[in-house]
Design a protein around this ligand. Structure first.
Ligand code: ZN
Length: 234
């Protein structure tokens, strides 16, 4: 399986605390969680030519992981269209945290993807579909002592499945882990992962990321997107 972790790598340059928490940046840290004998992981950032999302790279990618926040608009529409086509033809997509406002996630949903937010909250996450492949081995409930509160209403298209729900100590709730299918591609959104908090160090969060990559991996990718007129078979 080939996974590509994409990160805008913007906050890391402004705030050295982030690279203390996540050495090499969020992309390198997330890649280190996922690397195994079966999973080949590479990274790409906004600084790479064409954001590192060229045809040559995408056609080899089974699952793309997306972390972005401040620089969503620096990803050109042409690149977003290209990524979208690869998802339609089978590539999996995992969107993390503030990636909810990325161009690709908004395109997939067809909505604003707006939500309520406030940093510095205690979050309790509930596994509400324990039999879902992304929840395999994940605790029924676990706590992130400090995470950014994301609250409902979350303006997304109705998910295919809601696997995790978050509750925050301000009383807010949030659909923290949701799935969709678009064309031939599987998509998972996961809410934790603010750049100055430690969510990606959490054992359950790491398990969820590993499971999500497995779940989103296509049986077949690069399926041609065509709409042919055909003669009858019988
Ligand atoms: Zn955040």
């Amino acid at each position: 399986m080939k996974v590509l972790v994409w990160n805008e790598n913007f906050h890391e340059k402004e705030n050295p605390y982030i690279t203390e928490l996540y050495p090499g940046g969020l992309h390198e840290y997330i890649a280190s969680i996922l690397k195994s004998d079966d999973v080949e992981v590479s990274t790409a950032t906004l600084d790479d030519e064409e954001c590192g999302l060229t045809d040559d790279v995408l056609k080899e990618t089974d699952v793309l992981i997306w972390w972005g926040h401040m620089a969503h608009n620096k990803v050109s529409d042409e690149i977003v269209e290209r990524v979208h086509n690869y998802i339609m033809s089978g590539m999996g997509l995992i969107v993390l945290h503030s990636g909810h406002h990325s161009k690709i996630f908004k395109k997939i949903n067809g909505t604003t993807c707006n939500l309520k937010w406030r940093d510095g909250a205690r979050e309790r996450i509930w596994t509400i579909k324990p039999n879902h492949p992304i929840a395999e081995g994940v605790d029924e409930t676990f706590v992130l002592e400090c995470e950014e509160m994301y609250g409902e209403p979350f303006d997304i298209s109705e998910p295919m499945e809601t696997v995790f729900m978050g509750w925050f100590d301000g009383g807010e709730v949030f659909r923290s882990g949701c799935t969709w299918v678009r064309g031939n591609g599987k998509i998972f959104y996961f809410q934790p992962g603010h750049e100055t908090n430690k969510a990606f160090h959490n054992e359950n969060v790491q398990k969820i990321l590993k499971n999500a990559v497995k779940w989103a991996c296509p049986i077949k990718k690069n399926i041609p997107l065509e709409c042919p007129h055909t003669e009858p078979f019988e």
